[in-house]
Unconditional design. Structure first.
Length: 187
């Protein structure tokens, strides 16, 4: 019984080590111990690699939803979200902003993203940049403009600011959707 278990594990490691299985909606990058991160990105399907010498890393290539809401638990720094963002309007009113940022990985720049940032891009790029850009755009508008008819313009400006920062890093901002902007009530 023990021999079959050892043979099963060995066969699984050796034979399985030759393949990268990339599911739909994902892409893979390969780290080669001799050449570093390879520039090729593998799409969905079954691909060959050198076992023990090459290590494959899967990335979600679908549109990712980054929620800014009071329901987000930040105990895990890589959670796709943030707590509501406090900002100051042009007329010095404190507001709380909630919403959603839709973004995705730029498949063409995935090797650079993995090499320069790693797979923890949420805590290193998305969260701090989103907080900063939302605050800076909100500061250009009065409270009445933020909560009334300028909302779509504000969303577009935030999206453009995020994309300008994300794009060179290997991420693409698709859309910013503000769900709630309300006055900050001090306790």
């Amino acid at each position: 019984m023990f021999d079959k278990l050892v043979v099963s594990i060995l066969v699984d490691e050796v034979v399985g080590g030759f393949f990268i299985s990339v599911p739909p909606g994902h892409v893979a990058c390969v780290y080669d111990r001799g050449r570093g991160i390879l520039p090729k990105v593998w799409g969905p399907g079954l691909h060959l690699k050198i076992p023990f010498w090459q290590i494959a890393k899967l990335f979600n290539a679908q549109t990712l939803e980054y929620n800014i809401s009071h329901t987000i638990d930040l105990s895990n720094p890589e959670v796709f979200g943030d707590e509501p963002i406090n900002a100051v309007t042009r007329d010095n009113k404190l507001v709380v902003v909630e919403g959603t940022i839709l973004f995705k990985i730029n498949k063409n720049m995935l090797p650079e993203l993995w090499e320069n940032v790693g797979d923890r891009f949420v805590s290193k790029i998305v969260r701090p940049v989103s907080r900063s850009r939302i605050r800076s755009v909100i500061a250009n508008y009065t409270f009445n403009e933020v909560v009334t008819n300028h909302r779509r313009t504000i969303e577009q400006q935030i999206d453009e600011e995020l994309d300008a920062f994300f794009n060179p890093k290997g991420l693409l901002s698709e859309s910013v959707l503000l769900s709630e902007v309300k006055p900050l009530v001090k306790k």
